[in-house]
Design a binder for this molecule. Sequence first.
Ligand code: IYR
Length: 219
Amino acid sequence: MPLPHIPYRPLAVAQEQGRQNLLDDLALMRSRRSIRKFSDRPVPKQMIETAIRIAATAPSGANRQPWTFVAISDPATKRRIREEAEAAEKEFYEERAPKEWLEALEPLGTDFHKEYLEVVPWIIVVFRRDADIVKGERVKNYYVPESVGIAVGFFIQALHHAGLCTLTHTPAPMTFLREICGRPLNEKPFLLMPVGYAADDCTVPDITKLPIETVLHFL
Ligand code: IYR
């Protein structure tokens, strides 16, 4: 049965203000980087919860909201995640990764060591729910990677605006995360995200983004 419809009042922004807001947002997002060197400075649980509330406002296929966030601050759990992630990454770098992939990573200087997983105050594990179990029945969700990707985008932006940093990390395979987080079989790990403040001596590779002409075509 269709839901009742209610009036929608979009945010009232005069066009000039809108222009300025976009420029401000552009500067804000240009100053964001993924980092691999975190501080152990604590981050209040409330900040994590609010950032995840922001993520959970994302649009999703049939409004199924096919994401689950697990926020971990327990040191023993973080240690287990580090151990498992490093084991998976070691195998990736030393055995599984095709030469071409290793060459693509070389400029970034990454390797299997993931100390930051024990240093950061929080690790957020994002799960995708390709199906839900409703009254014992499997009910399929739609556009799941698109939906979860959008939610994670909101999350990353919110963290950055709050002065926090993250990294979108996908150790492969990631199935160990389901067991560590105690999630059911219909939830599949999507991303592992350390969240915290950057270390004072944090450095990032000097990358550039593609020119706008490459990524945008007006017709
Ligand atoms: N998951 C590995 C390898 C890696 C892959 C990509 I694609 C990156 O952009 C960076 C790293 C790791 O985290 O080291």
